[in-house]
Design a protein around this ligand. Structure first.
Ligand SMILES: Nc1ncnc2c1ncn2[C@@H]1O[C@H](COP(=O)(O)OP(=O)(O)OP(=O)(O)O)[C@@H](O)[C@H]1O
Length: 284
């Protein structure tokens, strides 16, 4: 049986000086090895949820909360948000603004220095993270002179050097061109295949449908759906009512569902190709 790595139990959160619950009685469990996409309209609370999962909210940045978040068996309420950097790490949208060092190598080393890693361990992890993220031949380059996709891969390498079990990407592909976006999705797919648990916030529904296995839909701070991606995207009417669209291929297939009689609409082009190829062969 899969082991729970993130347990969110009836968690509510309000920013300082407000009593509006930006997250309202949120409960869900993510297991080791899951690849979860978090979707929802603007201001649904997605970033607030991600920052809560790493303990930044409320413990570093303030705010009031209720309920509990447990990361790999550690309650953030008990650790006051600390002690989970080797379990869970977050990559934000604007990688460049977080860089402070003159070279890629120093940037990857930076967090490890702060955590007091030995020189040998740092060297080992720099090689591991730069290799995994395709930056091994760029260690002496300036982080500020990399392309958008390379900068996001560097931001991921900085997190990866700490070898967390869970990586969260909060809209980290939204400012990238299609090539940069594919670079990041390609890297994340590799990390997931190697055993990492991945949580990804992204407005690109097609990419989410293509890559993740579970989808969590947030709306006004509440979890509307949390299930296998294939199941969630069948619920077009419910998602549309919460300002979330389904993949275009699913939308089109749902319109043909009754006529063609398939049980579940495909959510990716690849799936659609095999569903519709079957119909062609059978001459239906
Ligand atoms: N530092 C803050 N102080 C007060 N309110 C905040 C703060 N940050 C976010 N909010 C509010 O919390 C709500 C949820 O914001 P959040 O950024 O978590 O949503 P989101 O789903 O990530 O949105 P988007 O898709 O637009 O990035 C919004 O109403 C936002 O205005």
């Amino acid at each position: 049986m899969k082991k729970p790595i993130i347990e969110v139990k009836n968690y509510s959160f309000a920013y300082e000086n407000t009593d509006k619950k930006v997250l309202d009685s949120v409960s869900f469990t993510i297991n080791e090895g899951d690849f979860v996409g978090i979707i929802g309209r603007n201001k649904a609370g997605k970033s607030t949820l991600c920052e809560s999962l790493v303990g930044l909210l409320p413990f570093t940045m303030g705010g009031s909360w209720d309920g509990e978040i447990v990361i790999d068996g550690k309650s953030l309420n008990e650790t006051k948000g600390a002690g989970v950097t080797d379990i869970i790490g977050i990559v934000f949208q604007d990688a460049e603004s977080q860089f402070t060092q003159e070279t890629v190598e120093d940037e990857i080393a930076f967090a490890m220095c702060n955590f007091g890693y030995s020189r040998e361990l740092m060297r080992e992890r720099i090689l591991y993270a730069s290799e995994a993220c395709g930056l091994r031949n760029m260690l002496d380059r300036s982080p500020f002179k990399l392309s958008g996709g390379q900068q996001q891969r560097l931001a991921i390498a900085c997190i990866l050097a700490l070898q967390p079990k869970v990586i969260i990407l909060d809209e980290s592909t939204s400012q990238l061109d299609p090539i940069g976006r594919d670079e990041v999705f390609g890297l994340i797919t590799k990390l997931h295949a190697a055993g990492s648990t991945v949580i990804m916030v992204d407005h690109n529904i097609e990419k989410i449908a293509e890559y993740v296995n579970k989808v969590l839909v947030l709306h006004d701070g509440k979890v509307i759906e949390f299930d296998d991606a294939g199941k969630v995207f069948q619920k077009k009417d419910k998602l549309n009512a919460h300002d979330v669209r389904v993949p275009q291929v699913t939308d089109a297939a749902l319109q043909l569902k009754d006529k063609l009689g398939f049980k579940e609409a495909p959510i990716t082009l690849e799936q659609a190709k095999s569903v519709f190829a079957g119909y062609k062969k059978e001459g239906k």
